[in-house]
Design a binder for this molecule. Structure first.
Ligand code: SF4
Ligand code: SF4
Length: 450
């Protein structure tokens, strides 16, 4: 899509403010000492700002204080978080747009970009920050125009959140604002001062760490200390968005075994209450929403595809099973039932100590409850299972005439050792099964098992 030019009066050049300037730092030579981050907000809910302030690895504080070794200090110009206001706040934006800033900068855009021409028809605006002069006085200055002016000189333009990356909810079908993404607004030919197209970090709201980690990676590159981070064909950090939600989901095991919940709040796979996770690129479950905690499925929420370019229209109606899930969930339900039973069998066998099998005849000495002993079928299956398990390998244990280094309690004398265990103990084991455990060897006899 071609770059959208705002109307002439919206683009009217602003007067640079020259009085009362704070002393500006000279551009450092050698390693970069500071980098400015200009945060611009379009049609947003501020959720991206909130999730970013919750990032922990690295945190915003780490970036702002320059406390990460090798990284330059970030000077953040954020319309909500800034201490400055009015002209003092806007001035660095103007310097950057005029190419007069004494340090590199990145532009961060939150929210979608409305078609300001629509609002201008009635003398209004959709999203603005600061004023600019017109013949009859002044009017709010659209953030979209500010982005357009600043984008050429920016080391990178980062679109944060789904509204900025793909248009998101404000750009849903039927909207009256003509809302679009930063990519749509700047066009496919756009390149930053470093030659980068728009970098996209989607999510509604995005994982804060996805943003701060990407900024840190870009800063390392700017510093000459790291490679250019890898981005996919949609400008997403490839290492963060190459996998689907499903592959990292805490409920994926249920899906594989064909166990699905039919109600919200269930602990099983959510695909039948509308989860699109198998076809959505997002890392929130493996990374956690904040400080490695939370994330949609961990909190019981099915994925509605909020990181995807097709969101929200292509994922609606929400909470209705996706048509494609009918095939895959019924397939896993079919084979999953058998797999689940076999795994339960193994789980039961593996939930007993080897000692219990060997000396207690599979009796579990738990005071907490009665635990079912393996029946003939379980033993048979496990007998063959162990044959396969230890085929070509040495089975753990001792070759001596006893395979347990202590005597069983008196009450165990005379208990029968299961056939499969007795067999593995050789003749001594068989004897153990018939006559009780063998007498402990004399110390120093050489046949004991220490
Ligand atoms: S809840 Fe969604 S992402 Fe998780 S296993 Fe089920 S379908 Fe996959
Ligand atoms: S799991 Fe789905 S709904 Fe949740 S953040 Fe990721 S893409 Fe959005």
């Amino acid at each position: 899509m071609a770059t959208l030019a705002p109307p002439a009066d919206v683009m009217a050049p602003f007067e640079p403010i020259v009085e009362s300037q704070p002393a500006r730092r000279k551009a450092p030579e050698g390693p970069i000492k500071v980098v400015h981050a200009f945060w611009l907000a379009g049609m947003s809910c501020d959720g991206c700002s909130i999730s970013t302030t919750g990032a922990t690895n690295p945190s915003v504080e780490d970036l702002l204080t320059g406390s990460i070794s090798g990284l330059p200090k970030v000077i953040l110009h954020h319309p909500v978080l800034a201490v400055e206001n009015g002209e003092e706040f806007i001035h660095p934006f103007q310097l950057a747009a005029e190419g007069k800033l004494d340090a590199p900068y990145v532009c961060v855009y939150e929210g979608s970009i409305a078609d300001e021409r629509i609002a201008a028809e009635t003398g209004g605006y959709f999203s603005a920050m600061g004023d600019h002069a017109i013949e009859s006085g002044s009017r709010p200055f659209p953030t979209a125009t500010r982005l357009q002016q600043m984008s050429a000189g920016a080391a990178a333009v980062i679109a944060i959140g789904t509204c900025a990356t793909w248009g998101g909810i404000p750009a849903a079908m039927g909207n009256v604002t003509g809302a679009m993404s930063v990519m749509d607004f700047l066009g496919s030919d756009y390149r930053s001062a470093l030659g980068l197209p728009v970098i996209n970090i989607p999510g509604c709201a995005p994982v804060g760490d996805n943003f701060t980690e990407t900024v840190a990676a870009i800063l390392l590159f700017l510093q000459g200390m790291g490679p250019l981070p890898e981005f996919d064909e949609l400008g997403r950090p490839a290492w963060l968005f190459s996998e689907t939600v499903h592959r990292g989901c805490t409920r994926a095991g249920y899906y594989e075994e064909g166990v699905f919940t039919s109600e919200f709040g269930g602990k099983e796979c959510l695909v039948e209450v509308g989860c699109w996770g198998p076809v959505v690129n997002c890392n929130i479950v493996s990374r956690g929403a904040q400080n490695h905690m939370g994330g949609c499925m961990r909190a019981g929420g099915p994925c509605i595809g909020c990181t995807m370019p097709g969101f929200p229209d292509k994922f609606s109606p929400f909470y209705k099973p996706a048509p494609g899930s009918f095939v895959s969930s019924n397939a896993s339900r079919t084979y999953g039932a058998g797999i689940r039973r076999l795994r339960a069998l193994s789980n039961h066998a593996l939930s007993r100590e080897v000692r219990w099998d060997a000396l207690n005849a599979a009796e579990t000495p738990s005071g907490w409850g009665d635990i079912e002993k393996p029946n003939a079928f379980d033993k048979t299956v496990h007998f063959f299972y162990e044959k396969l398990q230890f085929r070509g390998s040495r089975r753990p244990g001792r070759e001596e005439n006893r395979y347990w280094p202590t005597d069983p309690p008196d009450r165990m004398i005379g208990m029968t050792v299961p056939r499969d265990i007795a067999t593995t103990g050789g003749a001594a084991g068989a004897q153990h099964g018939e006559d009780g455990p063998p007498a402990p060897p004399e110390r120093g006899s050489g046949s004991g098992g220490a």
